[in-house]
Write a new protein. Structure first.
Length: 148
């Protein structure tokens, strides 16, 4: 489907390579995103021990659990989260250029989102750990007071 035809962009051409800009082109076929998908394949290879190939279908829709799948449900969720962030980074890169004339590499956007998520998870873990530690200290103090 053409992004120009549905009124998203004024021109039907890719801002990077001049080809007709469709959703498939923006996410899969644009030469600019080929390098990004190759980097992502390397990352997925590391987290899955080379058990998952990023086919066109997986890139577009995510990984679906099959009967003979070697991935655990948790690992499958992680791969799908990674693919969702990748698609978002590509989309944000294209839209930022088209709407604000700002050029962002999908790789940079992806890394920023992963860093942001990890920071959030660390702060969440730290706050939960602090709350549990505080509750434990309060419980110990009340236990000591009751023994006196």
């Amino acid at each position: 489907m053409s992004l120009n035809r549905i009124g998203v962009y004024a021109t039907p051409y890719c801002h990077r390579r001049g080809a007709t800009d469709t959703l498939e082109h923006a996410i899969l076929d644009c030469p600019t995103v080929h390098n990004f998908w190759n980097q992502l394949q390397t990352y997925v290879d590391k987290i899955t021990d080379r058990k998952q190939t990023l086919t066109t279908q997986v890139k577009l829709f995510g990984k679906v659990k099959t009967n003979n799948d070697l991935l655990t449900p948790r690992l499958l969720d992680f791969v799908n989260w990674t693919l969702t962030l990748a698609r978002w980074a590509i989309y944000k890169s294209v839209v930022s250029y088209r709407t604000k004339n700002l050029t962002y590499a999908p790789e940079a956007l992806f890394k920023a989102m992963v860093r942001s998520h990890l920071r959030f998870q660390y702060k969440l873990y730290k706050s939960r750990h602090t709350i549990l530690l505080s509750a434990s200290l309060v419980f110990r103090r009340s236990l000591c007071k009751s023994r006196k």
